[in-house]
Design a protein around this ligand. Structure first.
Ligand SMILES: Nc1nc2c(ncn2[C@@H]2O[C@H](COP(=O)(O)OP(=O)(O)OP(=O)(O)O)[C@@H](O)[C@H]2O)c(=O)[nH]1
Ligand SMILES: [Mg+2]
Length: 544
């Protein structure tokens, strides 16, 4: 295998046979700067992952033609119902008719949305979310426990909207009630509604319902419910449709914050002491807990990544994301492995290293150490600076989005099409990933650019770099192949210069191997620069 070392503007492909001749006196940044291929890379290469099972799953998902593509999700949310109030009486020896002592019901769980930077996609969010019910009140004035709240964790870049159109939203509480009452006569309806509101002392239902005290309590409850309803209606009229929930979650929820409340838990029912009056000393009823909020939410992941990876299926985008960040994006030798966009964070340290996937050998570090050693030999680096890993703190960080493979026609919604072009659109800068070992990587680039432009004019101008991936795949035993590779790289560069670079914005070509983590430091360094520039530019345009 050949190590492609990219040094400033010159890439060099040097046959290992020539290695001995140069390595002793190699200086940095010259074409002769070559290294033997690391041992662990060979072991990695021989490990063939078991992919048959995965291939099947992928094929299944692909047949759904991106319908399950998770940048968009409709979620039916219900907060918890309140617990019922209790009907109980205080009992003591020699005091047979003690006062009412039923506890109130606990509050139902509310539903909150929390924006979490450690989450990369909407995968794993259930389509139905039901918060827990409050528990029932008990005797001797013991109130029911409030239920735990439910938290929906969404990635940064999620837009949350309330769905109100009848076709897409779930049924409302009122509609479900209507269904329940359908076909019943008036008496049966009344009975049903009463059952939904009241808890009676055992064997006292009929007696209660015949009593004037109960009728009074019932009327009071209905008045209260109507007042609440009126208030809500007025609110809605006043705020119009804008009162519908709409959140654009562009940054993680602050630590310690509960998040955004989207459905408030229902209140608990009243225990029977609530109905104690001067004249009625022994109310034998309590109320049931209230239903929570029922709401349908639309979650749309408009990834807000600094860098978006754009490439054909199988080019190695997910492999790169894994190598550069701690993301666990799926990798497999099949097209359309990635079906959902993923975001990872690259953290760059002051010594130029970055956080990889935790597999602790990062090739660039190895390279760097070799260089350091040479530097030391040449007296350029003081000895005590060597191997002191991670000098200083974190320098900067940025996010990278891995996207599903783009193919010709994606802009017309072929393949997984539009769904992720939307997320590409929300990246500050784009990086093309091509398989350099392929026949004609420039053809891929031409198609990629074309698709971006067709989808949205000007979008391809955000592309700043081409990662010529899989550079490790060249055959190093054949000097002709090595020469060929050199020529190919030059050809790729001149194609990029003439077809992709525009006035003022040049597109870099960087040969890398995502799989063996070669030359990634150079790629990261550049990405960091594009992000900085893009952020500055964005701040400028916002200021206008
Ligand atoms: N030799 C070599 N193989 C690589 C390299 N990068 C990726 N691969 C392999 O190429 C195949 C595809 O890699 P992925 O990272 O899944 O490619 P992708 O671009 O995310 O593919 P899609 O998700 O289908 O668009 C896998 O078998 C990888 O192991 C590389 O640098 N060198
Ligand atoms: Mg992928």
């Amino acid at each position: 295998m050949i190590l492609l070392e990219y040094v400033t503007h010159r890439a060099s492909v040097v046959h290992p046979a020539t290695w001995g001749r140069f390595s002793r006196h190699a200086t940095f940044g010259q074409a002769s700067d070559i290294k033997p291929w690391p041992k662990h890379a060979r072991t990695l290469a021989s490990t063939q992952p078991d992919v048959t099972k995965r291939a099947k799953a992928v094929e299944h998902k692909r047949r759904q033609q991106g319908q399950t593509f998770l940048d968009h999700l409709i979620v039916d949310v219900r907060s918890g119902k309140g617990g019922d109030g209790a009907v109980a009486f205080h009992r003591e020896k020699f005091k047979p008719n003690g006062p009412p002592s039923g506890g109130n019901g606990g509050q139902g769980g509310s539903v909150y949305i929390v924006c979490d930077s450690s989450i990369g996609s909407l995968v794993g969010i259930p389509k139905q979310i039901r918060a827990a019910k409050g528990s029932k009140g008990l005797g001797t004035y013991r109130h029911g426990k409030n239920a735990k709240d439910t938290i929906i964790r969404v990635p940064v870049g999620t837009v949350v909207r309330e769905v109100t159109d009848t076709e897409r939203r779930a049924k409302t509480k009122e509609e479900v009630l209507e269904d329940m009452l359908e076909g019943l006569d008036d008496d049966e309806k009344d009975k049903k509604l009463r059952d939904l509101r009241w808890v009676h002392y055992p064997m006292h239902t009929e007696e209660n319902e015949g009593s004037d005290f109960f009728k009074e309590a019932e009327n009071a409850l209905l008045r209260e419910e109507r007042a609440v309803e009126r208030e809500r209606k007025q609110e809605r009229q006043y705020y119009g449709d804008s009162s519908d929930l709409h959140l654009d979650l562009t940054s993680p929820t602050a630590e310690g914050s509960q998040g955004h409340l989207v459905a408030r838990g229902g209140s608990g029912g009243f225990g029977n002491p609530h109905f104690l009056t001067l004249t009625n000393r022994s109310p034998k009823w309590a109320t049931r807990g209230k239903e929570g909020d029922w709401i349908t939410l639309e979650l749309e992941l408009k990834l807000l990544a600094d860098i978006g990876l754009v490439g054909f299926p199988n080019a190695g985008k997910s492999t790169l994301l894994r190598a550069l960040t701690r993301s666990q994006a799926e990798v497999a030798p099949y097209a359309f492995t990635t079906l959902n966009p993923q975001v990872g964070t690259v953290r760059v340290w002051e010594d130029g290293e970055f956080d990889g996937d935790g597999s602790n050998v990062i090739e660039d570090s190895w390279l760097k150490r070799e260089k350091d050693r040479e530097g030391m030999d040449a007296g350029l680096i003081p000895e005590n600076k060597l191997f002191a890993s991670r000098l200083g703190g974190e320098l900067y960080r940025f996010t990278i989005a891995d996207n599903p493979g783009l193919i010709a026609g994606a802009s017309e919604n072929v393949g997984l099409g539009h769904s992720f072009l939307r997320s590409i659109e929300r990246s500050l800068a784009l990086v093309y990933v091509v398989d350099f070992s392929g026949e004609a990587p420039w053809d891929e680039l031409r198609i990629l650019k074309n698709e971006l432009e067709t989808y949205k004019a000007g979008l391809s101008r955000r592309a700043r770099m081409v990662l010529a991936n899989k550079a490790d795949k060249l055959d190093d035993s054949d000097p002709d192949a090595v020469n060929e590779a050199k020529v190919k790289l030059e050809k790729l560069k001149s194609f990029v210069d003439s077809e992709l670079s525009e006035e003022g914005v040049s597109v870099d070509v960087v040969p890398v191997s995502g799989k063996f983590k070669v030359n990634l430091e150079a790629a990261v360094e550049r990405m960091g620069r594009y992000v900085k520039e893009a952020r500055e530019m964005e701040a400028e345009t916002e200021g206008e």
